[in-house]
Ligand binder design. Sequence first.
Ligand code: CP
Length: 313
Amino acid sequence: RRHLLSVADLDHAQIRTILDTAAEMHGVQQREVKKLPTLRGRTVVNLFFEDSTRTRSSFELAGKWLSADVINISGKGSSTSKGESLRDTVLTVAAMGVDALVIRHSASGAAHQVSQWVDAHVINAGDGTHEHPTQALLDAYTMERRLGSLEGRHVAIVGDLTHSRVVRSNLLCLRTLGARVTLVAPPTLMPAGIGSWAAADGFELSNDLDAVLPTADAVMMLRVQRERMSGGFFPTAREYTVGYGLTRDRLNALMAANPDAVICHPGPMNRGLEIAADAADGAQSLILDQVSAGVAVRMSVLYHLLAGEEGQQ
Ligand code: CP
């Protein structure tokens, strides 16, 4: 079975195929009647052990607009809360006759593990601090639509790198598409060993957002994930905003240096902490475009995994 567990599993041609199909799906999404018959008779299960608004609902819409049967199971409210293991839960759901499992889990590697247990396509919808591949694909799709090719474009990814699965998937995707990437964070939110990772993979690191902004074509702000910070949040929220928030002053500096620069955020946002309302809601913000693209990109991913696979297994 084919899966989507990591962007590392996709080469340039495969990413291009997913993004090009997403453009066609985006056209369908903008129609009054959105249904395509493509996945009629196929079943997709969204299995979410962590909270989600965008990813879960867009996978549900993506499946439904392709005419698949879609059901949603969350950790809260399922037999997981009675102590059932992940393996038993997954095998139980798979035994009902499922074609694709979309899984979000707090453990890094959970989607990969699940793919070894079931005879269904597995899509990683976020596993711990590891990866969130469809987020990176929708980010690339959204930036390309505004900026054109990302080849040689400078993307600054800013914020809580330590806890971000979005940054890992984005690094892989953006590097494959030829973008220059700078990761910006306070030293306390840089993952251990990131220096050697950066040297090997050819991206840049900085603790100075103001120095990076003037050359950025796209600024991707990451959410400060306080729920994953068991040891407390350092710097303080105030210090973080002063040093690393996309404030009104920084937005003005960005626009002065490059009026065509765009702003992204995977959501959910901590408004007033990592991003000011002027930056989140202005004309340069692609944040709601990212949400819209999420449905089209997930339609594309489901289509490429599930459509026309009879006789190929
Ligand atoms: N970006 C993202 O994964 O958002 P949700 O947690 O709302 O799905």
